[in-house]
Design a protein. Structure first.
Length: 54
């Protein structure tokens, strides 16, 4: 018997997909927590003087 492709592709492996777990610890220092989240997305790019002049 041949299995047909599911009608909704993103549900094909629903039983094996990664699930986001519930938070284990309560955040007590929100300013520090939010600063950490912002720092995760930061990107620092360094340019040499020669690159800026060009």
């Amino acid at each position: 018997m041949v299995k047909e492709a599911p009608a909704i592709p993103y549900k094909a492996n629903a039983d094996r997909r990664h699930r986001i777990l519930k938070q284990r610890h309560r955040v007590t220092n929100w300013p520090s927590y939010e600063a950490g989240l912002r720092a995760r997305g930061s990107l620092t790019v360094w340019f040499t003087e020669e690159a800026i002049e060009a």
